[in-house]
Design a protein around this ligand. Sequence first.
Ligand SMILES: [Zn+2]
Length: 253
Amino acid sequence: MLPIGAHLDHADPVAAARELGADAVQFFLTDPQGWTDPPERPDAAAIAASGLAVFVHAPYRINIAATNNRIRIPSRKLLASHAKGAAAIGARGLIVHGGHVGAGDDAAVGFENWRKLFERAEFEVPILIENTAGGENAMARSFDRLARLWDAVGEFGAGLCLDTCHAHAAGEDLAGIVDRVTAITGRVDLVHANGSRDEFGSSRDRHANYADSLLDPELIAAAVAAAGVPAIVETPVEGHAADIAYLRERLPE
Ligand SMILES: [Zn+2]
């Protein structure tokens, strides 16, 4: 069985996952809107030994592509400290958004900044770059941009976190999406199996439970099955159990 779980509170993620009956869990190590390094966790060994497929989501502020070095340099440092924190709890990967450059900037500079990240540092956990829903001049919104990003980072073993809501928002058809994206990246490491409150191509990043989703949940489940990798729902908490049950019913044993 593929590990399926949810993005949960970081206070006691193992207990939260058990309560939900999840076998995968994702959480933040710090306030996702902040710039702080993760503190040492007294439960690090317990998380690592939990048997859960553990994923850590990096803070939102990180923008590895940024042309402004007052954003880019602290972003690299913050990613490194969160990778260390993720390794300490036995995480399978650290998820970070693809980021963006300014509206007037040459996108090539952003892709080059991604390459420099991996040229200059090694990480103790896989770095899983996530496709994003919108934003001007984003690095990983459309799949043609993703192809340019992978030209820069693919050789370093960068991983992919495919978010179904973001792809739908970006105007990437969910039907057959895993084949299309794998042709670009060679891999999918994690699926963020999210429904969407908005129409196809809306550029809006509003995750929905499957019961409220304008993105057909059958396509979400099909993407998870095709990828054959763990899935995390980042949907409203009240529908976590139903969303996970929906996926499990549709995945092969
Ligand atoms: Zn996501």
